[in-house]
Design a protein around this ligand. Structure first.
Ligand code: ADP
Length: 419
């Protein structure tokens, strides 16, 4: 089948989230871990999952361009640059620099940037990103360990990290539909803008934006704005109807959750799990040694593994504890320490018979998937918006990679009610 949409995601959970959206839209989708050395898998959409959200800019740009070349060589009709729905980045990047490099490589002069995902409470109004009822900068994201978001105005945020001007397609225009959005984008291009933040408050807005960007070589945003893209390919007669796009082989083995996310939602999910299943909370500040943390966790699971109810192992901590560890080790070293510990724990759990595992945290998921040697993920049924079960190749493990802020409060319990 011809490749229609080629996607590059800046982290692993984001890639899964995007693949999930495309599968729901009727496209077959395979998520590939890192730039593949071999031929790309056969699917309507291939999502190359990189781990470049917080990588040095040159590294992020280099990996993205290699991925871009692989996707265009495979015949992709359109490229999608996927980043977090909370626009996780710093003034150095990597959303802007990667986007600029992709535009240049594709010979294009304009793209939208739209991280909105209303189903998960991410909406954009007059360029300002809201998370639930709060501005981005008051949502907890201002305390993120790696990419603190202290400015909710995405036009300003992107202007600081992208070349060329950044404009806005405002709510009033988006409300009028695809033709009006297209007119506004043309006006912005003519006035020298290379980028447009696009307001979106509802899924209907995302569908209209998706339709408007059909001719674009590059689309950038969260998984929400990809919702409108399958319809473009159907309209063009390129995408046939597909049944059972989300079927996975039967699950087997014990259930487990490992968490390295310190996001508010994850901390809440750990709290709910505590009342129902065995939960181990590791203290990275007291034991700043990855091997020792892993040994402690793997000793603790002895005799607790079960197919019907998960064990939960969390390195997650509240903002004050995260700040204390960062003060002691530096921000990157603190993150790397915890990622190393969680990845070692995940590998130990699989050795001990875990067959279904939820991983909480984008960066954390990247570390776990790399450690387990996973090369691609088939996308299965959705647990909560943006988080499907997946079937990992070549391990045969069922994995749910949860972006920190995603999922209902009982996510760690309800995940295991699904196949
Ligand atoms: P999210 O999806 O919520 O952004 P990530 O896994 O992407 O979660 O990022 C969380 C980061 O915080 C990871 O690098 C993780 O290693 C780090 N981290 C987790 N626990 C702690 C802690 N106790 N102290 C410092 N950093 C931590």
């Amino acid at each position: 089948m011809p490749l229609l949409l080629g996607c590059i995601a800046d982290d692993f959970t984001g890639a899964t989230d995007l693949a999930n959206t495309l599968v729901k839209g009727g496209m077959s989708a395979v998520q590939v871990i890192g730039v593949p050395e071999d031929k790309l898998p056969d699917a309507d959409a291939v999502i190359i999952a990189l781990k470049i959200r917080t990588a040095p800019v040159a590294d992020a740009v280099g990996q993205s361009l290699t991925a871009c070349d692989a996707l265009t060589a495979a015949g992709a009709k359109q490229l999608f640059w996927k980043y977090c729905s909370t626009f996780d980045s710093t003034d150095e990047g990597n959303i802007g620099p990667v986007g600029d490099a992709l535009l240049k490589r594709l010979g294009s002069g304009f793209a939208i940037a739209c991280p909105a995902f209303p189903t998960n409470g991410r909406t954009i109004y007059l360029g300002h990103l809201f998370v639930g009822g709060a501005l981005l900068s008051e949502s907890g994201m201002e305390n993120h360990p790696l990419t603190p978001m202290t400015d909710p105005n995405l036009v300003r945020v992107l202007s600081r990290q992208a070349e060329g001007g950044v404009g806005l397609v405002p709510f009033n225009t988006v409300e009028q539909g695809a033709a009006a959005i297209r007119r506004e984008m043309t006006r912005l291009t003519e006035s020298g803008r290379r980028w447009a933040i696009v307001d979106a408050v509802t899924d209907a807005h995302l569908m209209a934006i998706g339709e408007a960007v059909a001719p674009h070589a590059l689309v950038t945003g969260g998984s929400g704005v990809a919702m409108g893209l399958p319809e473009n390919f159907r309209r063009a007669g390129l995408l046939p109807a597909r049944a059972d796009a989300d079927a996975l082989p039967a699950a087997k083995g014990a259930a487990a959750v490992v968490a390295g996310s310190c996001s508010r939602a994850t901390l809440g999910q750990i709290g709910v799990a505590r009342d129902h299943v065995p939960v181990l909370e590791l203290d990275a500040l007291a034991t700043p040694d990855a091997a020792a943390m892993a040994a402690q966790a793997l000793a603790w699971v002895e005799g607790k593994l079960d197919a019907a109810r998960p064990v939960v192992i969390a390195a997650s901590a509240t903002p004050d504890k995260v700040a204390a560890l960062q003060a002691k080790l530096g921000r990157d070293a603190a993150g790397a320490l915890v990622e190393e510990a969680v990845a070692t724990i995940a590998a130990g759990l699989v050795e001990r018979g875990v067959g279904r595992m939820v991983v909480a945290g984008g960066e954390t998921s990247g570390a776990v998937v790399t450690r387990l040697g996973v090369t691609s993920l088939r996308i299965g049924p959705e647990i909560d918006p943006g988080v499907p079960w997946t079937y990992a190749n070549p391990t045969g493990l069922h994995l749910a990679l949860k972006s920190g802020n995603f999922g209902a409060r009982d996510f760690f319990l309800k995940a295991f009610d699904h196949g």
